[in-house]
Design a protein around this ligand. Structure first.
Ligand code: ZN
Length: 85
């Protein structure tokens, strides 16, 4: 296996750091709510450390979803993260 294998990188919407796609959580927004990315529509990425940074995270989610329902978005994200593991 080549060590030069190029991993795609994506930007975390919260901290704007670039990360390997495999280290990021991919989400999408539908009608102001967040869902795990299902293969269509607009999507965005969150890195592992931002998933634990509630303050930053809530801002990023509200911006991505153009929603001000912070509680709803945060609860939904927690559900998604928990389901994933
Ligand atoms: Zn981040």
């Amino acid at each position: 296996m080549s060590k030069n294998f190029h991993q795609p990188t994506r930007m975390c919407v919260s901290c704007r750091e670039k990360e390997q796609q495999s280290n990021l959580l991919r989400l999408s927004c539908v009608d102001g709510d967040i869902f795990p990315y299902m293969g269509n529509g607009r999507s965005f990425y969150l890195c592992g450390s931002c998933q634990n940074d509630e303050k930053r995270l809530s801002k990023a989610l509200m911006r991505q979803c153009r929603s001000s329902k912070k509680e709803q978005l945060m609860n939904k994200l927690k559900e998604i993260v928990t389901d994933d593991r």
